[in-house]
Structures are given as C-alpha cells and as structure tokens.
Design a protein around this ligand. Sequence first.
Ligand SMILES: Cc1ncc(COP(=O)(O)O)c(C=O)c1O
Length: 359
Amino acid sequence: MDPMSLVRASVAEMSGYVPGEQPVPRPGLIKLNTNENPWEPPSRVIQALTVELGPLSLRRYPDPGARLVRELACRVYGHGLIAEQVIVGNGSDDLLTMIMRTFVDPGDRVAAPSPTYTLYEALTRLQGGCYREVPWREDGCLPVEELVRIGAKVVFVVRPNAPTGHVVALEEVSRLCQTVQGMVVLDEAYVDFADDHGLGLLSRHPNLMVIRTFSKSMAMAGLRIGLGFMEPRLAMELHKVRDSYNINAFSQMAARIALECHEDYRPLWQEIRQQRQRLTLELRRRGFAVADSQANFILAQVPDRQPDAGWWLEQLKDRGIFVRYFAKDPRLVNKLRITIGRKEELDRFLAVIDDLIRS
Ligand SMILES: Cc1ncc(COP(=O)(O)O)c(C=O)c1O
C-alpha cells in the first residue's frame, strides 16, 4: 500500500501556501519582501527581555491561555475590551486556522475581496471549504452586495489591504457585518501604520472578529504572536480548537513586555509612514504607478515600455534586494510589493532602480 493514498484529497490536491523567501542573512542584503519591521524592537523591550529571561522557568509549561497578555492587551487597546474577548495566537496565521476550524465545515463557503492575503484560500481548502473571491471595486470600496450574495460563512477583509495597502471605510465594514449571514474577520495585520482601526466596531457587531499581529508593527515576526478580539462566547469556542499551549513561554513574556512598552513603538511607526511617503513619491517620479498605501509596504507597477516585473524582481535580487512579486495573480501582474525599509535601505533601493532604468 502506498501511504500517499491515505493523504486527504484536500491536502493532496492543493499546492500549499508559499511564504515569501527568507534568505540567509548576509551583509548588505536588503530585505523588503515580507513586510517585517526594518528595526529591532525598542531598546526598553530588548533590555526587559534580557532581564526577565533569567527568572523565566523553561522547564514549566507556559500559561495555556496567555492570560497576562490578554489582560494587558485590553489595557493598551481600550475600547472597553475584557480579557474574555481576547485570544492569543502563534502568529495571526494560527488565529486564522482556529477561525477556520471553528466555523468551516466541508462544503461551507469562505469569501474575500481580492486581491487579498493568499493564505485564506489555502486554509479554506484544507478545511474542505469552498473559497470565493470578489474583486475590490475600482475605487477601492468593498463589494458588499457581491460578498453577501456568495452566502459565505466567513468573509475576510484585510484593512489596510494586502497587497494593495489601500484602506476601506470602516462604515463599509460595518455595513458588511450588518448584511452578511456569516462571520466577518477584519484582519488588521498592518493597522498600526494606518490612520484608524476597527476595534470600536466590535461592540456593535457580534459577528465581527478583529485580528492583529506582532509580526509587523511590533517588530516580533520571529516570535510568532497574534491577537484576536471577538465576543466572549466566540472566544470560548476558539479556545477549544487551539493547541493547548500554543504560545511558548518566551513569546508570552515578549508579548507582555512589548505591550507594556507600546508607546515606545510610535516613533518607529511614524518613521515608516514618512519613508512610505518618500518611496511613493520617488517611485512615481521614476515612472512607477504607486497607489496610496496605509500599510508598511507599497504596491508599485513597473513603468510602461520597460521589462516586466519578473525582470525587475530578478535584477534587484542579483543586487541583494528582495521584494515580492505575485506573478500568478492577473491583477497583480507587473506590480512589485515593496516593504518600507530604513531610509538607507530605500536610498540604496532607489539607486539600484536608477541604475536599472539607465541600463
Ligand atoms: C494580511 C495578513 N494577515 C496575517 C498575516 C500573518 O502574520 P503572522 O502570522 O506573522 O502574525 C500576514 C503576514 O504577512 C498578512 O499579510
């Protein structure tokens, strides 16, 4: 018997989610491909981590419910949130998996306005669900009626959206919650770089879940920490489907310290916003079409009458600069997604772009 014949069809038939490349670090490498923070966490966070590592008991299991992290998150994010409304994930991807396990049976529909985060499709397939996408409207508005018509049990909305960086009005998210006969997951992975957020909608919409991550704005992608906010009855259901000890002791400690030092992050976010503005203008000056973004990345269409985006991707990579290209998606053809790096990294990036344009 070939053990491969035992693999579930929904697994065997899918190609699997492909994350962005994680090259081996080397001097001079400029990594603008997976939307990480270009800086390490603030010095107060690093200092506290080293001090608190000593007494941390590694032989004990961590708190299965990460209670301290949840309580602190409520204090930091306000909006009358209570710990019973919060769940911590091993990265926000873990929360997305929990949501799928909780709501999606084989055959159930899952929907999202596209382009969007490609993991939603992979997770839906693993669950045996049917994944449907509806294009964002030309003006960036949410296609509420079309999404509702799909009859999805779960609808994902990323805000600011990935990989476009655009932001949909909160009233539209609210209208979707009111109209749809399913759950709405507002994925706020990039929200700290934006002008507003959707936590305030939670009290009005029991079918809304808000997802955040420490991988981007909090500069902790390596520690895998995500937060989910929802009504307490739903949080209890999600707790049932997660791994018992899904957040390791070190990550719980780090998440707590990062929340305690939350204000220290603001200058980093401000600098990223400034560099985002600069990169947008500089690329436009060079003939790239760049949409306004409120995330820590921009989506830039390569200039007309130049080689295609695949060529730019490879040329940049040859020079040690990594960006992202979603070549398989027809709506993203010839568009590069570029993470906002440090000023000097972007200087180098722009200098290489100039060289390539000249050549
Ligand atoms: C929209 C969106 N949601 C969720 C994630 C997952 O983040 P993590 O699992 O690192 O928390 C990402 C990562 O790129 C993302 O772009």
